[in-house]
Design a protein around this ligand. Sequence first.
Ligand SMILES: [Zn+2]
Length: 126
Amino acid sequence: MPATLAPDQVCRYCTALADSRDPRHTTTPELCRLMHRDEPHIYALAAALARALTDPHPTDAQIGDLLTDADQIVYGFPVPPTEWHVELLPEHEDDWDLDVVTRLSINGVPHAVDTDNNLVPLALTA
Ligand SMILES: [Zn+2]
């Protein structure tokens, strides 16, 4: 996928995320690149995650907050899907023991938000 940002540009999501926090908090093109790759399917997954986890109509800042997770999750898919389907899954009785806060399905692959607020494939939390 071609990059969409110029080298000196910060993506709109990192910009919104920085603006939503401490007003003195700024972001830079370097931090934006460290947070996530500049690829359309990563932005699309972050938006799908935000719709499921945060708000049906997420703001750019809410999407920005999930870009690092989206970047990691994309690695779990050998071929990045062109469309993302994210659904919350029912709780399990052993979630407490597994440090699982929320279960969700990402294109059919079970994932979990753990107690450290990491979003990981569910098999790795066991
Ligand atoms: Zn960014």
